[in-house]
Design a binder for this molecule. Sequence first.
Ligand SMILES: [Fe+2]
Ligand SMILES: [Fe+2]
Length: 229
Amino acid sequence: MENNADVLLLKSVGEIASENPEKIGVFKKYGVDFCCGGSKTLKDVCEEIGIDKFLIADELNKPSTATTEKDENYSLTKNAKEWDVNFLIDYIVNIHHTFLRVHIPEAESYIEKIANVHGNRHPELLKIRELFTKMSQAMILHLDKEEEGLLTAIKTGKTENIKKEIEDALYYHEYVGHILKEMLFLSSNYSVPQDACASYKHAYELLKNISDDIMIHVHMENNILFKKI
Ligand SMILES: [Fe+2]
Ligand SMILES: [Fe+2]
C-alpha cells in the first residue's frame, strides 16, 4: 500500500484492514482495535492509545514481507472485500463459526484443568477461566442467533429486521471483544510462565488462536459484510 501519511490517518482502521489484510499484523503489534473499533480513524485511534501516528503510518506504508503475510495467514481472505455476499457468509460460517464450535469446548477443558492445578500460584488463571466461560457462552449463543437470524435474512433477502439484527450482532461483538482484551491483559498476551507444564502451554496457545480468530471473524463481519448491506 502506498498512501500519503495524511490520507492514511484519515481513513478508518477497519477500512485499512479490509483493503490491506496483510497489515493487520501492524495493528496487532500496536494494540489497535481494528474489529469492534474499526470505524474510528487511524488518527483518532493513535491519539486514544497514545502512539505516534507517523510511526504507525510509516510502518503501514512499508512493503509487507512474505513472512508477515504467511504468519498472519491472510492470503485466503486477501480479496474478501470483492467477494460476493453469499460466498462471504459461507466463508464466515464454514471457517470461523466452525472453528469456534470445535475449539471453544477444547479450550474450556484445558482452562478448567490448569486453573485447578495452577490457580494457587497463578491466580490470574481463575479470573481467565471465569472470563472465558462468560465469553464462550455469549459467543456460542451469538453464532446460533447470527446464523438463524441475520445471515439467513441476508441470504433470503428478508431484510425488514436487518437493522435491528446488525445492532444485536454489533453488541455481541463489542461484549466479546471487551472480554478478550481483559484476558489478553491478564495473561500478558498469552505468555506462559517459566514453570508452565505442557497443558498450560497448550491452553494458552488455544486461547491465543481463539482470540486471533475472533478478531478476524469480527473484522470480516463489521468492516466487510455489514458494510456491503
Ligand atoms: Fe459470526
Ligand atoms: Fe458475529
